[in-house]
Each structure stands twice: as structure tokens, then as C-alpha cells.
Design a binder for this molecule. Structure first.
Ligand code: 4G1
Length: 233
């Protein structure tokens, strides 16, 4: 699967996508991560890509033309019906279901805003999906793009070790993870729950499920509600 990011800060994307599992996925040729520097498409002699907002107000707005030219450039290569995702607080909030849907695409284009955002007119022409990663103020769309790439890439076959993938991919049907332990069996006088050392697989599974439900009830009752709905009847 190919991820393409239109951004004013391509080095941020490259840095973030070269470590750990994403980096290995690139080396294994399961995914590609490419960037287009929107500044390269400025027609201004000072390479300017922003200007003051009409109507006044604080900050600067990214101009339509360089964003348009950058997106056109990428779409000309990847195909006219490639989805263009604009990372924006005004978008639908990203979740696992959306990650699964996007992972079925062969190519994805991410458009990252900076300053106060991008001239609305170019968004109307190029963007197919408006997506937010949550409610907080950020300095740009690059980290949200990387969050999405991480969540989507791990669903691509061969990116994770095959034995863990099927298991973890499922988001455990809206339940939080049960607690995990590894050696040593006693640490700072704390013992590993004995059931995990018992070798009794049915009991272990039951204990883990109960832990998951308890944690979800405590920290994410909204998720537990979804879990119960999915498991009615
Ligand atoms: C108003 C958060 C503005 C931020 C209200 C999640 C945030 C992109 C995201 C902002 C951004 C709220 C995201 C804000 C994001 C232009 C450049 C927009 C950065 C920008 C709650 C700044 N998911 N934020 N504005 O953060 O791009 O995707």
C-alpha cells in the first residue's frame, strides 16, 4: 500500500515513518511512504505559500494554488480517483473502523495544513475525506497523518508478524486490553496473578476477559456500551 503526504514539512513524515514497525514495513516493501513538498509548488519568487486571511483575524492561511498544484501532481501519478484525506479538526473523528476501510485502498493521499488552515476553495476541489484525530489544538496536520498511517499500515498483510496480527487487529470487539506480565514472577514484591502461571488456558482466557470488561467499565464505559450492543443475542 502506498501512502503519499502533501506537506510543508516532509522531513517530519520521513523521520516518523522510518522507525520501528513502519520502518520495517517500508524495507519489506509492504508499504511506501512518499511526500510532496507544497513549497516546491509556490509560484512566488520568495517561495511563499501563505497569506493573510480575508476578513482579518490572527495568523496566516495556506494559499489555494500551491496546494492545488501539489495535489494535482500526486493525483496525476496515482490516478484520478485516489482518495485525498484532509487532516482537520472539522473532520469525522478517526477510529478503527475507518482505519479498516482506508486499508482497503491501494493508494492514499494525505493533505496536511499549517497555520490557520488552507483556503477553502481548493479543499472543495481536491478533498474527498475530512478526518480529525481528536479534539485538541495542534500546530499542523503532520502528526495526525502519521497517526493514520500507523493505524492503517498495521492492517496491511505482512506488516505485523503474522501470528499476532489476526489477534490484535480486531480491536477486541471494543474492549480494552487486559493487563500483561512477563518475567520475573515477583518484582518489587508484586506477584504475577497466579492464574497466568497455572497453564489452564480456559481459566486464563476467562480471567483476561473479566479484566478487559472491568477496565473498560472503569475507563471507557462508552466502549463497553458498544461491546454489549455487538454481543446482544
Ligand atoms: C480549532 C487536531 C482549531 C488539530 C479547534 C486534530 C483544533 C488534524 C488536526 C484546532 C488538527 C480545534 C487534528 C487546531 C489540526 C490547521 C493546522 C489546523 C493545524 C490545525 C479542536 C490548528 N486531526 N490543527 N487548529 O488545532 O490540523 O487532524
Amino acid at each position: 500500500m502506498n501512502f503519499h503526504v502533501c506537506t510543508l514539512f516532509p522531513e517530519m513524515i520521513h523521520q516518523g515513518c522510518q522507525a520501528s514497525i513502519l520502518g520495517r514495513a517500508v524495507i519489506k516493501q509492504k508499504i511506501t511512504v512518499e511526500t510532496t513538498d507544497i513549497r516546491d509548488f509556490s509560484t512566488n519568487k520568495h517561495m511563499k505559500v501563505d497569506d493573510y486571511p480575508y476578513g482579518g483575524g490572527a495568523g496566516m492561511v495556506m494559499q489555494a494554488e500551491p496546494v492545488y498544484a501539489a495535489c494535482r501532481h500526486v493525483k496525476d501519478r496515482l490516478g484520478e480517483n485516489t482518495r485525498v484525506i484532509y487532516l482537520t479538526p472539522q473532520g469525522r473523528v478517526f477510529n478503527q473502523e475507518m482505519a479498516e476501510e482506508f486499508s482497503r485502498e491501494e493508494n492514499l493521499i494525505f493533505l496536511c495544513g499549517h497555520y490557520e488552515g488552507i483556503d477553502e476553495r481548493v479543499l472543495e476541489e481536491v478533498v474527498t475525506d475530512y478526518v480529525s484525530i481528536g479534539d485538541y489544538v495542534l500546530t499542523g496536520g503532520e502528526l495526525p497523518a502519521m497517526v493514520m498511517i500507523d493505524a492503517i499500515a498495521r492492517l496491511v498483510p505482512g506488516v505485523l508478524n503474522n501470528d499476532v496480527s489476526a489477534d490484535i487487529e480486531s480491536f477486541h470487539d471494543n474492549l480494552l486490553e487486559y493487563p500483561q506480565y512477563t518475567r520475573p514472577p515477583v518484582w518489587h514484591e508484586k506477584e504475577v496473578p497466579p492464574v497466568l502461571l497455572s497453564g489452564h488456558h480456559a481459566n486464563i482466557e476467562k480471567w483476561r476477559y473479566e479484566q478487559s470488561v472491568q477496565r473498560t467499565a472503569k475507563w471507557r464505559p462508552d466502549l463497553l456500551e458498544k461491546h454489549r450492543k455487538n454481543n446482544e443475542k
